[in-house]
Design a protein around this ligand. Structure first.
Ligand code: DOR
Ligand code: ZN
Length: 447
């Protein structure tokens, strides 16, 4: 990709100058030119002329709407050694994201209007992508008393997604109250579905591998029981439930049943649960320790099928950066989680597009349209075709579908390196990301 930069690149917020993207393929379709004028996608068509615009030769690159991640741990405030809003959003931009939802399990917990506004402001200042804070459901993630959901919703951060992620809201009465409460402002409760008593001291998926290793396992039923219970509650109160990081075939079946009832239940799956299996834990390499745990090949297959047919609505990274002292230790002491922002799109291409389970428009829906709908982002971004029409907000990612790259954790923008893909060759490379018409990434590098 060559580029001719004759306009200021870093304009003030929301003003990107004029960019003429030559030869892009929107949603993988026929090549056209695309003109970004300030924050707006102004024109699409063959051989556009745009005097004064910066021309980017994007021949053959696929244009997708800016990706949206419903599940990112940015670790600020509190664990800036593992990640900051600035470093995490740089990683997001490099991965093609224009919005990330920042999980609430920070220190202090994002359970007040003050903390969510702080995270939102840090995102604005960094400017690499939009940061939408997730508010905690319960005070301190303790699962005992509801947090100030209304105050977070009406704060400058305008919180719509609430989650105790990392912990399950296991008390059924509290869960019911939370679902009822957020109905007033069309919020959603994102549940980390893990029945706590069934998973005490659990180390990996309960199955053949855990039996062989003699480690306490994490039964699929511990996830499925909570999803079934919460789907029933969401149906009963008519509110919105979102299920975080679904990991079992049984969960997919329960979601299919809940949706068939017309209940407002949505779900996400992570790239790692779409690819990796529990036999990797036999290496005792804590890079494979994650919550929920890696499951079996049959689960992976069911998750891919569920994502393809829409039973699972979207891909979310669960980007979970950890400092070396928390991760590079013995298995039982290591924190669960993997970084994912910079590899998510490539893994999704590998597991969904290359085998023909999703086309580019389908992938765009699972990584941009659906998370926009669930997270309550502006109407125009909820439909991926509409998001790439003239008049839309110019949130665009350009990716090279033919490129392959080798994962080098030391080249990550993230402060953490806990990726299971080090040294692995992956398909598809983000070349450029535009946030409201302003490039945040050009030539695969942060602007
Ligand atoms: O693996 C995980 N890591 N799962 C979670 O639910 C929390 C996350 C974290 O915060 O590290
Ligand atoms: Zn979680």
């Amino acid at each position: 990709m060559t580029q001719r930069v004759d306009a200021a690149v870093r304009d003030p917020v929301d003003s990107g100058g004029r960019w003429l993207l030559r030869g892009v393929r929107p949603l993988g379709g026929a090549a056209v030119d695309m003109l970004l004028d300030g924050p707006v996608l102004a024109e699409i068509g063959p051989a556009l002329s745009a005097p004064g615009a910066t021309v980017l030769d994007a021949d053959g690159l696929i244009a997708l709407p800016g990706l949206v991640d419903l599940h990112t741990h940015l670790r600020e405030p509190g664990r800036e050694d593992a990640e900051t809003v600035a470093s995490g959003t740089r990683a997001a931009a490099l991965g093609g994201f224009t919005t990330v939802f920042a999980m609430a399990n920070t220190e202090p917990v994002a359970d007040t209007a003050g903390v969510v506004e702080q995270v939102w402001r840090l995102g604005r200042t960094a400017g690499h992508c939009d940061v939408r804070p997730v508010g905690a459901v319960t005070e301190g993630l303790h699962g005992a008393r509801l947090a100030e959901l209304g105050a977070m919703a009406s704060s400058a951060a305008a919180v719509r997604v609430f989650s105790d992620d990392g912990n399950c809201v296991s008390d059924a009465v509290l869960m019911r109250r939370a679902l009822e409460y957020v109905k007033a402002f069309d919020g959603v409760i994102a549940q980390h579905a893990q029945e706590p008593r069934l998973t005490e001291n659990a180390q990996l998926n309960e199955g053949v591998v855990s039996a062989r290793l003699g480690l306490p396992g994490w039964p699929a039923a511990a996830e499925e029981a909570i999803i079934a219970r919460d789907a029933l509650l969401a149906g009963h109160v008519g509110s919105r439930l979102h299920v975080c990081h679904v990991s079992t075939a049984g969960s997919v079946e329960i979601l299919r049943w809940a949706k068939s009832k017309g209940w407002r239940v949505t779900a996400e799956v992570t790239p790692h649960h779409l690819l990796l299996t529990d036999d990797l834990a036999a290496s005792y390499d804590p890079v494979y320790k994650v919550n929920p745990p890696l499951r079996t090949a049959a689960d992976v297959e069911a998750l891919r099928a569920g994502l393809a047919d829409g039973t699972i609505d979207c891909i979310a990274t669960d980007h979970a950066p950890h400092a070396p002292q928390d991760k590079e230790t013995e298995w039982a002491a290591a924190r669960p989680g993997m970084v994912g922002l910079e590899t998510a799109l490539s893994i999704a291409i590998m597991v969904m597009v290359e085998p023909g389970l999703l086309d580019w428009a389908g992938l765009a829906d699972r990584m941009a349209g659906a998370p926009s709908r669930i997270g309550g982002l502006p109407q125009a971004s909820r439909d991926v075709a509409a998001a790439l029409r003239p008049g839309a907000v110019a949130n665009v990612v350009l990716l090279d579908p033919a490129a392959r790259w080798t994962v080098d954790p030391h080249a990550f923008a993230s402060r953490s390196r806990n990726t299971p893909y080090a040294g692995r060759s992956l398909p598809g490379r983000v070349q450029a990301t535009f946030l409201r018409g302003r490039p945040t990434v050009l030539d695969g590098k942060i602007v």
